[in-house]
Design a protein around this ligand. Structure first.
Ligand SMILES: *Cc1c(COP(=O)(O)O)cnc(C)c1O
Length: 225
């Protein structure tokens, strides 16, 4: 992990580029608690993690920062779903009906109503989890009946190696899918949130209508692989 001294400067730069209404989520996977504290001191309150055990260990050391909003952005195995719900307010990575039903049942049991995004695979990518658009459309009636979940929108991750034009087109397509679903007026799902854009493509994502960007490298520096 590179020099923690750059973090405040990086956050300042990002704030100049990112409109105030777009939620800046700091992706703190593989980042030390001291670096998280520096970002917190710069006013960041949204942090995202993709590994449960690592996240819980860090959350324990950050209990004094009680107004952090934690976002889960990794694939969720069924057996870990309960702990994810106990430790995170937002889940960006709901990627199957089986998981939706599991989370819905657990949310009822825990008397919570978590904020959830549906992870879509807008372009084919064998290395990624997520719904293909046609699968998502077919699953909507059942997702709509998961009434203990607050389904708020879509999350997209793009495959590597696209041109800027292709990235912008794919994020725009994601927004259109959300708009189409929104027009169907489901009783229990809204499509107001679009979590899209990482360090390499967040400006294009914002141009296409992102409401949340998930930024790691551009805040904290390069991660070890
Ligand atoms: C790691 C990760 C990010 C952040 O990636 P950077 O390129 O470092 O900004 C965003 N979203 C997800 C789902 C990730 O796993």
């Amino acid at each position: 992990m590179s020099n923690e001294l750059i973090i405040p400067q990086q956050i300042d730069l990002l704030r100049q580029k990112i409109p105030a209404e777009v939620r800046l989520i700091a992706v703190s996977k593989q980042v030390s608690v001291s670096a998280i504290r520096i970002a917190y001191d710069c006013g960041i309150r949204d942090f995202a993690e993709n590994r449960l055990q690592e996240a819980i260990a860090k959350q324990e050391q950050l209990q004094d920062l009680s107004d952090i909003c934690w976002h889960f952005i990794g694939h969720i195995q069924s057996k870990k779903a309960r702990k994810v719900l106990e430790h995170f307010s937002w889940i960006h990575s709901l990627d199957s009906l089986k998981l939706a039903k599991k989370l819905n049942n657990l949310a009822l049991e825990l008397s919570i109503s978590p904020q959830v995004l549906l992870q879509v695979k807008i372009l084919p990518d064998p290395n990624k989890y997520g719904w293909e658009v046609s699968e998502l459309v077919a699953a909507l009636p059942q997702l709509n009946s998961c009434d203990h979940l607050n389904i708020q929108g879509l999350m997209a991750i793009l495959p590597l190696g696209l041109t800027s034009e292709q990235i912008l087109a794919a994020f725009t397509q994601t927004r259109k899918v959300a708009e189409t679903i929104q027009q169907q007026q489901w009783s229990n799902l809204t499509m107001n949130q679009l979590s899209m854009g990482m360090s390499g493509d967040y400006l294009l994502a914002i141009k296409a209508g992102a409401t949340m960007v998930r930024l790691g490298t551009v805040i904290f520096g390069q991660r070890a692989i």
